[in-house]
Design a protein around this ligand. Structure first.
Ligand code: LFR
Length: 482
């Protein structure tokens, strides 16, 4: 194995994407973000779509930039793709798109969501089969809607590739479903690593669209010839199926205590609050608490709940002309929000009207009005209210896990964009009553690269990787205040 070893993480989030070059040498990982670009879905008529061609263009640009950033004569050993969960491409045998790629916030799943919510027996059956609660964005509801409203799709599509699977196909020419991303669909069997016949039947999704999921670390082959454009650096680059779900990558990157006493938050557009477990957390109580038993790259479980996250703040900012445009202005906003006294009442962050409103500020104001609570006066006031409310949401999720899994968490580890938000970290510590440790760590990209290094046998396993990673990491601790 040549050292240093270079790998690239293609890390696509719902609001921004990145291509990151990783350099592994002397047990240290150095990251170089060679390409970052905004991502958004577009509304056409009644529906919301991803610009999948635009994303692919950015992936290729990022790969070119990664090659340009390599030292002279160095080669890119491998590349891996992770994306947000649940969204997919329907393709034919040749990988040709036969249906537009919808965005998970599209309202087309609302009738199916309500139908399942109102059918208690089916709801419990689907949860027992998949370990995934009934949430508006599930691929199961999305696919159910397509099959019901566009029945010709069964003649057109032969495969359903989740977005990381689709990009892996474009890069390598090989079609596979990877386990972690498959586990976000509500179609995977919670007790095995294969599809759930009961769930596929319930949603009437054709079973032949899927193949048995591969585990993270599977080598899919070399980059396709037409992508290497004669570059020696790319001639032998392997495409590796990393944990395709960005949250699985972020969880893998947690420099956690090996005794399992840490709760994890991957904080970005969503706050993904959860932990690693050898067994799923199931049952009636778990269903009510919306515990989602998604999978880790190696097949184990990461029970988690989705708290709405900084989507609330991102949306609210759009309603203020004075929103920060650089790091300095951000810091000033957080400082102004910190100086305010804490709100007397918090938002109910589980309000479904926050999912995809035309105006987030209007949605927040409407909830406050309903509850007869005065609205904040300015952006700093909204920022304070949102961060404190999310902190409470994080703590509520922690308590639900402690009760159901019979555990006691000693610390909360935060990675992702929100780990830089002091207000959010402190609010979480205060509400949870345990210390919060935030890491300046691009969790998703680091987990993506870790999986490649293990597949390339440059690192023995994840536990070893975490030890090396933790040794060089900057961390900030927040002690709870009453
Ligand atoms: C985060 C994330 C969450 C998933 C949501 C929708 O980027 O992947 O884990 O629930 O996006 O797919």
């Amino acid at each position: 194995m040549p050292f240093p070893l270079f790998t690239a993480a293609i890390d696509l989030g719902a609001t921004s994407g990145r291509v990151i070059l990783g350099q592994w040498a002397g047990h240290r990982l150095a990251l170089n973000e060679v390409h970052r670009f905004p991502n958004t879905f577009r509304t056409l008529g009644a529906h919301d779509y991803w610009d999948i061609g635009g994303l692919w263009h950015e992936v290729q640009t990022g790969l070119r930039k990664a090659v340009a950033a390599l030292p002279r004569g160095a080669k890119l050993a491998s590349v891996g793709v992770d994306t947000w969960g649940v969204d997919y491409a329907l393709v034919d045998d040749h990988g040709r798109l036969v249906f537009p790629v919808h965005a998970y916030r599209d309202a087309r799943t609302q009738p199916g969501l309500k139908r399942l919510a109102n059918t208690r027996a089916a709801l419990a059956r689907v949860y027992a089969a998949t370990g995934i609660p009934n949430v508006f964005y599930n691929s199961s509801l999305q696919l159910e809607e397509v099959v019901a409203h566009c029945p010709a799709i069964e003649d057109l599509a032969t495969r359903c590739l989740f977005l990381p699977d689709f990009f892996n196909f474009l890069l390598s020419g090989r079609m596979e479903n990877e386990l972690t991303i498959a586990s976000t669909s509500q179609l995977l069997d919670v007790h095995s690593t294969d599809w759930s016949r009961a769930a596929l039947d319930h949603f009437r999704v054709p079973a032949q669209w899927f193949s048995k999921p591969v585990l993270a670390g599977t080598k899919l082959g070399k980059l396709k010839k037409e992508l290497t454009s004669g570059s020696a650096a790319l001639a032998a680059t392997q495409v590796i199926a990393v944990p395709g779900h960005d949250t699985a990558c972020a969880y893998d990157a947690m420099p956690a205590a090996p005794d399992g006493t840490d709760l994890y938050i991957s904080s970005g557009t969503w706050s993904l609050v959860g932990f690693e477990s050898d067994t799923p957390v199931l049952g009636a109580e778990a269903l009510v608490a919306r515990i989602s038993n998604e999978r880790i790259g190696d097949g184990r479980y990461r029970p988690l709940t989705n708290v709405i996250g900084l989507w609330l703040l991102e949306g609210t900012m759009k309603d203020f002309a004075s929103r920060p445009s650089n790091d300095k202005e951000w810091a000033a906003l957080i400082t102004a929000a910190e100086k305010l006294s804490g709100p007397s009442e918090l938002l109910d962050v589980t309000d479904p009207s926050f999912a995809n409103p035309l105006s987030m500020k209007a949605a927040i104001d409407a909830q406050l009005k309903r509850r007869k609570i005065p609205a904040p006066k300015n952006l700093a006031g909204y920022t304070r209210l949102i961060c404190d409310s999310l902190g409470r949401g994080h703590a509520d999720a922690m308590r639900a896990f402690e009760k159901m899994a019979g555990k006691k968490f000693q610390r909360i580890l935060i990675v992702g964009g929100g780990s830089k938000n002091r207000l959010l970290c402190q609010a979480t510590a205060n509400a949870a009553g345990v210390p919060v440790v935030s890491f300046a760590l691009e969790g998703t990209a680091v987990g993506n690269i870790a999986s490649q290094l293990i597949a390339l046998r440059a690192v023995k396993n994840l536990a070893t990787f975490r030890v090396h990673l933790g040794a060089g990491l900057k961390q900030t601790a927040y002690t709870p205040h009453p």
